[in-house]
Design a protein around this ligand. Structure first.
Ligand SMILES: [Zn+2]
Length: 377
């Protein structure tokens, strides 16, 4: 599908052709994770690494065919200010150090603003994110060790996984936060290396200084939960995972944290309780990563993003312009979207509580739509 969609790039009027493949497409949001020429045992298999060359090629493509916008531009768009033609927002999830070391200088070179979403538990490599730990154990010790750790967790004894994908798609979303912690402890016991040593060896994540430097530069800082959890399992842990993360990031970066990115990017994790919490807490934009197109009617609490790894224009065109439209058209046709509509403030506020920023700016409430870009949609 990707290759077939990419052939459209070589046809005259390729952007016009793409427009007829799906509903109107307003803000393009692209998502990166690690920008590195090599994958380590901690990242191999996660499909989150893009080479420096491909990242630079992506920035060239974005600046040539789109208009990079900042988070502030996007938020102003919800207040009624028109977005430029073919607007694109660049984002990074998981707070990899390579965002500071490799990506930010290139963003600066091309004049591209960005947002980096960070898990504060991993700042300064104090801790290894569970995803990277699972990846490491799988690559070094094999899936049997993963299954042994699963069996050691209470109420998970009957669970067996056969691939790394299954761990993330089936196992993790199905267990409680407590079981997740037990699973993590079990994995750490099996590798027989202290967590701090393992995290230091990996050296994957931003330091506090790097976060401050990014914030002082043209980067917004976003909340991605404290330990990168599947938010669907959160019950009364919003303070622990979300509020604490934001407080630390604001303290360290000196910058207000306004957006939230749902770990793993699935709308299934953006539960009604989570949405209410984020809105009450004043988050100004919420991002998913299901690879769908944002239409002019997309509201700020469900902005979709497309993961980018390609290194040539045809594949980038397919990933950014064609496939999101086809996915959106498919979900509209088959009713795959299981969304809870964003509610205006009357639905979420209790008497005496302040209005969240979603609703506090003019008449652009949470349900406010992205303005149609000036020309191309
Ligand atoms: Zn993430």
């Amino acid at each position: 599908m990707n290759a077939a969609a990419g052939t459209l790039w070589y046809l005259p009027g390729s952007f016009g052709i793409a427009r007829i493949l799906g509903p109107p497409y307003s803000l393009r949001c692209v998502l990166f994770h690690d920008v590195s020429d090599t994958e380590s045992a901690f990242t191999k298999g996660l499909n989150g690494t893009i080479t420096r060359k491909n990242f630079e090629q992506a920035l060239k493509f974005l600046t040539k065919h789109y208009t990079p916008v900042s988070l502030q531009d996007v938020l102003a768009g919800f207040d009624g200010r028109a977005l430029p033609s073919r607007p694109v927002l660049v984002t990074f999830d998981d707070g990899y150090a390579s965002v500071s070391e490799v990506a930010a200088p290139l963003c600066s070179k091309f004049g591209v603003p960005a947002v980096v979403f960070v898990n504060a538990a991993c700042l300064d490599n104090r801790q290894l994110a569970l995803d990277n730990l699972i990846c490491y154990v799988t690559n070094v010790f094999g899936l049997d060790t993963i299954n042994a750790a699963i069996r050691a967790v209470k109420n998970c004894a009957g669970f067996e996984i056969h691939s790394l994908t299954e761990v993330f798609a089936r196992f993790l979303p199905s267990i409680s936060l407590q079981a997740r912690k037990s699973f993590r402890d079990s994995l750490l016991q099996s590798v027989r290396i202290s967590e701090s040593d393992l995290a230091a060896e990996a050296s994957l994540y931003l330091s506090s200084q790097q976060l401050r430097d990014l914030a002082a530069f043209d980067f917004d800082i976003g909340d991605h939960t404290y330990t990168h959890v599947n938010c669907r399992v959160l019950t009364d842990e919003f303070a622990e995972e979300i509020d604490r993360n934001r407080a630390i990031l604001e303290l360290v970066s000196g910058k207000k944290v306004r957006p939230f990115s749902v770990p793993y990017g699935s709308s299934a994790d953006l539960t009604g309780d989570l949405l209410n919490h984020l809105q009450k807490s004043g988050y100004e934009a919420i991002f998913l990563a299901e690879g769908r197109a944002n239409s002019p009617r997309t509201d700020r609490c469900r902005l979709n993003r497309v993961s980018i790894r390609a290194g040539n224009d045809a594949a980038l065109f397919s990933e950014i312009e064609v496939l999101p439209r086809l996915r959106t058209a498919r979900s509209l046709l088959f009713g795959a979207a299981n969304r809870q509509p964003c509610r205006r403030n009357s639905g979420i506020e209790k008497a005496g509580q302040p209005s969240p920023p979603f609703t506090s700016r003019g008449n652009a409430g949470m349900g406010a739509e992205l303005p149609r870009a000036n020309s191309e949609t």
